[in-house]
Design a protein around this ligand. Sequence first.
Ligand code: AMP
Ligand code: MG
Length: 414
Amino acid sequence: MVERLPDDCFALPPGVDWTPVDDALALLRTALRPVAGEEIVPLTREAAGRILARPVTALRDNPPAANSAVDGYAFAHASLSGAGDLTLREGRAAAGHPFPGTLDPGEALRILTGADLPAGADTVVLQEDVTLAGGRIRFPPPRKPGANSRPRGEDARAGDQVFPKGRRLTPADLARGVAAGVAEVSLHKPLRVAVLSTGDELIQPGSTGHGIFDANRPMLLALTERLGFRAIDLGVARDREDAVRQAFDRAAAEADALITTGGASTGDEDHVSRLLTREGHVTTWRIAVKPGRPLALGQWRGVPVFGLPGNPVAAFVCALIFVRPALGLLAGEGWVEPEAFQIPAGFEKSKKPGRREFLRARIRDGRAEIFHSEGSGLVGGLSWAEGLVDLPEPGLTVRPGDLVRYLPFSGFGL
Ligand code: AMP
Ligand code: MG
């Protein structure tokens, strides 16, 4: 059974006004822990992308026996005296067909790639290096015992830990686990993340009415899935307290976390933060970040709520920077830092001190270029971008060629 989070888990220290991004991240990191339950699942392709709830231990050596890395002849290295000159034993060893006998010193056996070395042999000579005549094989002696063979357990030993808990299984991990004899793993149940848009102005695709198309919802649903969580579509709640409450109740019943957009500020029509303040638990985080206005972090009946700004650009950036690592903690994968690297700027920009800035960017010709406008209403810049340039809080001037921190969207799985 997983425990609920403490009610005040998102509380900020007293006196905090503008919270730097790193402080906000550090707070999230200490506030959250896994809430997703566990289940035993076969280690098949359905397990890929899911998160281990317990470490995985090799059940068997891999390979289970020493075997040949090439097509050739197997023998005991110690039985060579000077040049290779051995009696060819009748029979052969092939993958899946081990040789039943034991080689005597001075004997060699035909062996194929992947076959277990026969008893009495520890070394293989490549068939191309051998001359065969009169029931004997001759070859220049291999340099060392064990040549062209793969020792038992060289990849994994029974009892070794092959994966720690919290790992998100990759396709290669399936191969590693299965090769080590693992058939079932204990996984966290997928984290269920509800996504809700709020706003009286929102209309749906295809509508000819006057209003703002609800661009956030498909974006955040798809983003949630790409980040590796299960997304639940809660539709749109109008700017009315009862509508928002009804959606929140549904999230509490069906999901482990809720992402909302719009209504997160402290205005008259900001029902997300109002309702959380009155009947849930909320902390409005004024994070020193651009783009992004206040982020409302709260809980509704024990379910964490991430109240993002309505502006699609701010919602997207805040989802990647704040919500993604938070969901990772809830899901059991631990705190995941975004993939980032330093890259020369292909642009010039002066920024004022105070806020960390995430610019829509992409790499061309080895340099980071940024979208021509920083207008936060420009959704086009989001889809133009392939990553973000992350500029620190202090004021600074970036000149072409200066190194800047770049976060590729591919690093988030987008
Ligand atoms: P709010 O945070 O509710 O004050 O909204 C800020 C801005 O984002 C307003 O211009 C809204 O119309 C816009 N907005 C809110 N929700 C969405 C949405 N789901 N899709 C596109 N724009 C939105
Ligand atoms: Mg609104």
